[in-house]
Design a binder for this molecule. Sequence first.
Ligand code: SF4
Length: 342
Amino acid sequence: MPTTADLHAAYLHRTHATFDPREIRLSEVGQCPRRQTLRILGYPAEAPTDQQLAIFDTGHRIEDFVYRLWATRYPRRVLRQIRVKTPYGTGHIDLWVPPERKIVEVKSTTRARIADLPLDSHVDQLHMYQYYWGAQRRAVLELAYVVKETGEILPFQISYDVAHARQLVANLIAVQGAAEMTREPLPVPAEYTAFRYPCSWGAERCAFWTHCWGPDAVAPEGSGQEKVVVAVAASFAPDLAEYQTLRQQRSALLAQADTLKEHIEVLEEGFESFLAAQGATVLKAGPFRLRRTVVPGRVRYDARAALDAGVVTEADLAPFKKTGVGYTRWTVSQKRTQPQET
Ligand code: SF4
């Protein structure tokens, strides 16, 4: 007997299956061009989780809601899902409001992202709709963001820049060329790195991630106790370089903090001896007031010493045993390159 959650999951998978993975999507024109080519060429992608599908479906329900707002204003005159077919891909305009000559693209967002709105990729999507469909109808463009936490709607009127639209068309042509002529995915854009958006974000990552950042080889190295499994992935070199630099910067800052601590302790020793000589606990100097408070040390019991002295046994202590949470130690090193002989 299915639960409501089972019915929901089946609905989400049914809805998701209606998208044609082989078509170039105008909605993705401002996103990773390699991803479009991987999808069109049939490279396997990680299946979306039920949660991701549910988020996607929420977008449809939000679009329904915004449609009703416009349809109430202009009954039977608002059109939905206008198909925009171009030589380089297909798109679907969310809402077309003829009395206003307005294309409305509906998006959901979160409060945390409000400062980033409107997103470039959404503006790009509207540019394609305008270039191929709206310009000839003298359409105006609106991006309507619905904030999920509050339900408020943030509209953005988008200015159309035909030069930018032509640049985006060039991107579509590159995707089409890779999909239909070379049959090779476009390369990973130079500015992308494995652990930043759009390749990864939070605990999630792009469904095609392993095709871009997967290992070149995985093999054991060494023997006996020293044996380790090594994953070779040349594409991670920039990330490791950044990681090493960050660790070095952190070490330098910690060393600086140690020096500051030493200076602070020298001053505290001076204040302490001065106050002790006066029999005082508070020092006032100009606008400053410094109070000395002695905090007694915490009492602890040394279980190891008690065991060694034979006062208690391991069995006595067993009920009180607690194992600390482990941690991961990372060690980064860099192979020195030999200077080239001239
Ligand atoms: S992992 Fe990054 S480069 Fe690869 S397809 Fe996804 S977004 Fe594009």
